[in-house]
Write a protein that binds this ligand. Structure first.
Ligand code: DGJ
Length: 539
């Protein structure tokens, strides 16, 4: 995989080096943010993830139309080790082939989720022949000495078994999809870690825990040399777990990449809820406080993603900030449903350069007795995602281009948040919410917009249910902004397609509609009588 092409002058130079049929890759742009290149072009995942037990032909057959209705460009689907290798060394790719062929037919890209040694802080997905032989495939023990349904990360037999199966799957993928790139990325395990124990207390793990910490780790964390306890004190258990888990998963990823070099990532069950203690969330997983350790121990992992089910503004933004780092692009492979998350997608893309966002539980075949979903059509909870994806697709390449340039921002309505002003170049743009005033359900907070600066006096505003007013900056020496032209339209690849021009009443109201709209706005700053009050455009 071509991660981090280090020294190119700009993204376009990088693109010139990456031909149309080159492998999907995550590359660093000169502005320090990242681009996910698919068939040589920047790609933003507008995704949806299946429920855990839904990557089967019987479910997918009924789900394809709903994915079409949603308008996602990528499906995230699990691949189960227990189904891929029902007997040691005997592989079954029937369901995987159906999935890949089906997605290709639908014009969808796929992200495969390797549900194998670890899934949600436990080990439910290894095949029967692994789970029934703990003496051969050792389990973790908790501090009370009880064996857990979690494979031990210090057991080479576990690593080897997972590696072998994963490598076989990647080999098969290369043979069947190596030219088409329907599969663009692979998640190695799912929310890995140990739930219910801060670390492995099995005899084998205890022996390692009593030994000295590897020097590369103490050096990198600037910790003193010694045993795990001596070096890391109260954090020793979690750091021990993170180090061994990251190395385990790195080994698996590397074995797969040797067969077929797709970008690989891991996803975190974040620690930012409850008492925030390891074991309450999967200990050793790539949580925000363990990222440096993961980066050191897992160099074959292109990025560490974060699953976000907490829709409140502050936690969502906090997590985006923590995972959008110079050494890590933000990707949110799972998030909740409903308008809060649909709004938050704008923050992820506009303020934190996310290479992708996806909502979880898209198909209506979750075997949940409380799930009253209509099985025949897309659930209403996804209506806002459907709107987002339809609108964002009209400017996706432009958004990808603007990410990381400092010329892209997001605003969204929120509880108690009636307005936001953003500084964009020499202008202040004030967004106010609660519009349009005829909005039937005012308690649904749907206002959301991306603001891109295309040139000194030219802006792109993409969004829903928000009024905008523009003034030159207070200290710019100008007092008012004239709309020279306000075009509604969309991009077809690089080309802007104008569908109409807004003027008169539409410009007077300057309100983004409930269906969503992309506006390209050209402004002119004017200097009025210096004593006159400063007015926004629409007054
Ligand atoms: C997060 C996990 O990653 C998913 O696989 C799923 O279990 C959801 N939680 C909850 O439904």
């Amino acid at each position: 995989m071509k991660i981090l092409i280090p020294c190119f002058l700009c993204l376009h130079t990088a693109l010139a080096q990456v031909s149309n049929n080159s492998l999907p890759a995550i590359v660093k742009k000169t502005n320090g943010s990242y681009s996910f290149l698919v068939d040589g072009k920047p790609f933003i995942v507008l995704g949806a993830q299946l429920w855990n037990s839904s990557a089967w032909p019987s479910v997918l057959e009924k789900t394809w139309p709903q994915l079409k209705e949603l308008g996602c460009n990528t499906l995230e689907a699990p691949v189960y080790w227990q189904n891929i290798e029902p007997e040691p060394g005997k592989y079954n790719f029937k369901e995987l082939d159906y999935l890949v062929n089906g997605a290709r037919k639908q014009g969808l890209r796929l992200i495969l989720l390797w549900f194998a040694s670890f899934k949600n802080g436990s080990s439910q997905y290894p095949p029967e022949w692994v789970l029934t032989q703990p003496s051969r495939y050792p389990r973790m023990k908790n501090s009370g000495g009880e064996e857990m349904l979690i494979l031990s990360t210090v057991a080479q037999a576990n690593i080897d078994a997972d590696k072998k199966a994963f490598a076989a799957m990647m080999r098969h993928l290369k043979e069947t999809d190596g030219n088409q790139h329907t599969v663009i990325m692979v998640q190695v395990q799912n929310e890995a870690g140990s739930l219910g124990t801060d670390r492995d207390y099995s005899e084998a793990a205890e022996n390692i825990f009593k030994k000295k910490v590897p020097v590369e780790l103490t050096q990198s964390l600037k910790a003193k040399d010694g045993t795990w306890k001596e070096s890391f004190g109260p954090q020793a258990a979690e750091i021990f777990s993170a180090w061994h888990l990251a190395k385990y998963i790195n080994d698996v990823a590397l074995a797969g990449k040797k067969e077929y070099d797709l970008p690989m990532y891991v996803n975190a069950w974040p620690r930012e809820h409850g008492f925030q203690r390891p074991g309450e969330y999967p200990s050793g997983g790539p949580v925000s406080t363990m990222l440096d350790i993961w980066k050191l121990a897992a160099p074959s992992i292109a990025l560490i993603a974060v699953d976000i089910y907490l829709g409140n503004y502050s936690t969502f933004n906090d997590l985006c900030k923590k995972y959008n780092r110079p050494d890590n692009p933000l990707f949110i492979p799972e998030m909740g449903k409903g308008p809060d998350f649909a709004r938050n997608q704008f923050y992820a893309l506009g303020n934190y350069n996310a290479i992708g966002v996806a909502t979880y539980g898209i198909d209506p075949f979750h075997a949940d007795p409380n799930d009253e979903r209509n099985k025949e059509r897309l659930d209403d909870k996804f209506a806002y995602f459907k709107d987002n994806y339809r609108l964002l697709k009209g400017a996706l390449e432009k958004i990808a281009e603007l990410q990381g340039s400092g010329k892209l921002q997001a605003v969204t309505e929120d509880y108690g948040l009636r307005e936001q002003v953003v500084q964009a170049g020499n202008y202040d743009i004030l967004f106010s919410y609660g519009y349009p005033t005829y909005k039937a359900n005012k308690s649904l907070l749907t206002g959301r917009a991306l603001i891109g600066q295309l040139a000194e006096d030219e802006f792109l505003i993409i969004g829903f249910d928000t009024k905008f007013q523009i003034k030159p900056r207070y200290d710019s020496g100008f007092s008012a902004a004239e709309f020279i032209i306000v075009e509604e339209g969309y991009y077809e690849k690089e080309k802007w397609i104008q569908t109409r021009i807004w003027n008169g009443d539409e410009v007077w109201h300057s309100t983004l509609t409930p269906e969503g709209v992309i506006l390209k706005i050209k402004l002119r700053k004017t200097k009025k009588n210096p004593g006159a009050p400063l007015k926004a455009n629409f007054e």
